[in-house]
Design a protein around this ligand. Structure first.
Ligand code: GCV
Length: 655
């Protein structure tokens, strides 16, 4: 077994009898299934008689399953199983699910009916054509090398099957910061390569998207402007899109980061983001293409002296007023929180705020602020919290997961996207344990009701051969990993105490006198960013009335977000009954103590781990432990020096 195979589909299920299916071999997804069967099921081979069939794949007419839902059941009169769905894509999903159930539970005990909760389940790659990955910590890009497509099709195929196995159905393959060469991906020179990748993913039911540069009409066309209302610009995009669909008739569409962190956009021409998005959407519409437009728009040249400015307000301020102005094939992609994938943020108020616009919630699987694939950090609890968040706006559907699932009938293009964590590292994700985040992401997109606990148990059962007590140890380590990381880095809603640009390791004032708008405002008396109505930036008012009241008041704002919304004295009593300063000290000590336990736990399960997995996990844990000590000591010393208040328990703080 090669290390590359160490994902959740590395051991075939042994079936007693032959398998058969009746699929059209000229359909690319059917061909994929024919190739996958022997990899997943050890005695499976194709035969022609339905009577001998161990598996039956049935294309059925059952509207409730939609185009991607499937049923799994036992055959009624003889041993074997039936996998049914309305399309071959649904059958592919059914086959993978059946495999995983057999692998983790031994057999299919009850019938399963599974229909994905949202139409778009996407992964965004921030890969650059030079082979680097922005915020990637698992090696180079699997798609590119030395300013060219890598063309390692077996590798890409193996990635595609992993994504399909968990139900991902859309993929963008280049960074949203679109550099010089990638701007040309939409030209004849690169489209044959894009097509090859597209066709490979299409055979696993995954639609391909490209990130595009808003200034492309000037950079690679003959236009003198990129103004979305200019006729020459519209012609450029119409012709460019028509050409793409000549090569790739099932092309998904574009993903756009505009007017953000140096990327060009419609603001340069005094146009709105609706003008920019609709112009591109209209070029894509005749071909059924989709335009995904990111709401990550804010001023990254802020003056830290001006306490009225607040980066958290930006997305809502820009996009709320445009609600209802976007074409049907435009989707706004909104990061989970108002700032930027911090360890804990409130959910963006655009969810629930926007009523007449397709939306995608954006998560980040790559661990930019969450430990660089060094720390163990199981992300599903964060995502679950966001999906389960009740915005408390008036209306039939108020919870985030419903808002991206059941929009008004004509708003069908909604879903979830997440930034990829995958690279050329042999175990795909740098830290073997962090494969769990990719797995859980896909599973959760398909079925929002799965708990973080269930998905973790399933992944452990599929990925390792551990006895029951060792499974529990690993489960505990990962289930608590998020809180561990939060505790030793930025608890209680603090954000950005990390090293600037790198986003790993502590530098408490790294962003304090900077232009990025991410301040903690610690002084000798207190700490936290005041976003309240009376004395702060008023950000809280972007939420529904009940949520606004909850966050605005010190009595009701939960401890976990206290310092995101309030500036309080160090002696302020939190809901936990501790003073803020003591809670901060305790949290940093506890985080390190939890890692000390994790180091012991890994040794306990060592004998049942593959040696190279053990070595990878041990090495990462040691680095995380060293980093945690640095965080604890720097943050605690910083706070002690500012406040002059000692730790109640007299533990070592470096004055
Ligand atoms: C792709 C953060 C990251 C950037 C990233 C940006 C985004 O600011 O640090 O690297 O750029 O988010 O989401 O566009």
């Amino acid at each position: 077994m090669s290390e590359r195979d160490l994902c959740w589909m590395h051991k075939p299920v042994c079936v007693k009898e032959l398998a058969t299916f009746f699929l059209a071999p000229d359909d690319p997804i059917s061909r994929t299934m024919i190739a996958e069967m022997p990899l997943l099921f050890s005695h499976a081979e194709r035969i022609d008689s339905e009577n001998d069939a161990f598996f039956l794949f049935r294309v059925v007419d059952q509207e409730s399953l939609g185009t991607e839902g499937f049923c799994l059941s036992k055959q009624s009169k003889r041993p074997g199983y039936v996998i049914s769905g309305q399309t071959t894509k649904a059958l592919l999903y059914g086959m993978y699910r059946f495999y995983m159930i057999c692998q983790s539970e031994g057999d299919l005990k009850d019938d399963v009916v599974s229909v994905p909760d949202q139409p778009i389940r996407m992964i965004n790659h921030w890969d650059n054509v030079d082979g680097t990955i922005e915020r990637g910590y698992a090696g180079d890009s699997i798609f590119y090398q030395d300013n060219a497509f890598r063309r390692d099709f077996p590798l890409i195929r193996s990635y595609a099957r992993q994504l399909a196995s968990i139900g991902v159905n859309a993929l963008s393959i280049n960074n949203v910061n679109v550099h010089e060469i990638e701007t040309k991906f939409i030209t004849d020179f690169y489209l044959p390569d894009v097509k090859m990748i597209n066709d490979l993913f299409a055979s696993f039911g995954i639609r391909l998207f490209l990130s595009v540069n808003f200034a492309a009409p000037m950079l690679i066309g003959d236009c003198t402007t990129a103004d979305p209302l200019s006729a020459e610009v519209q012609t450029f995009w119409n012709e460019t899109v028509a050409n793409i669909y000549q090569y790739i008739p099932d092309f998904g569409g574009f993903l756009v980061k505009a007017d953000s962190e140096g990327q060009p956009g419609p603001f340069a021409y005094q146009r709105g983001h609706d003008d920019g998005a609709n112009m591109l959407a209209r070029a894509l519409a005749p071909f059924g293409g989709t335009l995904i437009w990111r709401c990550f728009v804010y001023n990254c040249k802020q003056d830290w002296r001006d306490r009225t400015q607040d980066r958290a307000r930006a997305s809502y301020d820009h996009f709320m007023k445009l609600d209802g102005k976007f074409d049907d094939n435009v989707i706004l992609q909104i990061k989970l929180g108002p700032i930027d994938f911090q360890v804990r943020e409130p959910v963006s108020p655009l969810f629930g705020g926007l009523k007449k616009t397709n939306t995608i919630i954006e998560f980040q699987i790559t661990q930019e602020y969450t430990g660089h694939q060094i720390a163990a950090y199981y992300l599903a609890p964060t995502w679950k919290e966001a999906l389960d968040f009740d915005t408390q706006y008036p209306g039939a559907h108020t919870v985030v997961k419903e808002l991206i699932k059941y929009r008004a009938v004509d708003l069908t293009r909604c879903g979830i996207a997440a930034v990829s964590s995958v690279g050329m590292d042999a175990n795909w994700t740098g830290n073997k344990l962090m494969q769990v985040n990719l797995f859980a992401y896909g599973r959760l997109c398909f079925d929002q009701e799965l708990s973080a606990d269930e998905m973790l148990r399933e992944w452990i059962a599929l990925s390792f051969s551990l006895g029951e007590s060792n499974q529990e140890i690993l489960h505990h380590l990962l289930m608590t990993s998020r809180e561990t990381y939060v505790k030793y880095t930025t608890p209680f809603g603090l954000i950005f105490l990390c090293k600037p640009h790198l986003h790993y390791g502590p530098q408490v004032d790294g962003y304090e006198y900077d232009c990025w708008g991410t301040y903690h405002h610690a002084d000798r008396d207190g700490i936290g960013f005041d976003r309240t109505i009376k004395t702060g930036t008023g950000y809280v008012a972007q939420y529904s009335d009940p949520r606004c009241k909850e966050y605005d008041s010190l009595d009701t704002c939960k401890d976990e977000l206290l310092l995101f919304f309030h500036h309080v004295p160090y002696t302020h009593l939190m809901q936990s009954g501790k003073t803020v300063i003591q809670a901060l000290y305790d949290s940093h000590f506890e985080g390190v103590a939890q890692l000390e336990q994790a180091r012991i736990d890994i040794e306990k399960i060592r004998s049942e781990l593959d040696p190279c997995v053990y070595e990878n996990v041990r090495e990462r844990l040691e680095r995380e432990y060293g980093n945690a000590i640095e965080w604890r000591d720097q943050v605690n010393s910083y706070l002690y020096r500012k406040s002059g208040i000692p730790d109640e328990h007299g533990r070592t703080i470096f004055a």
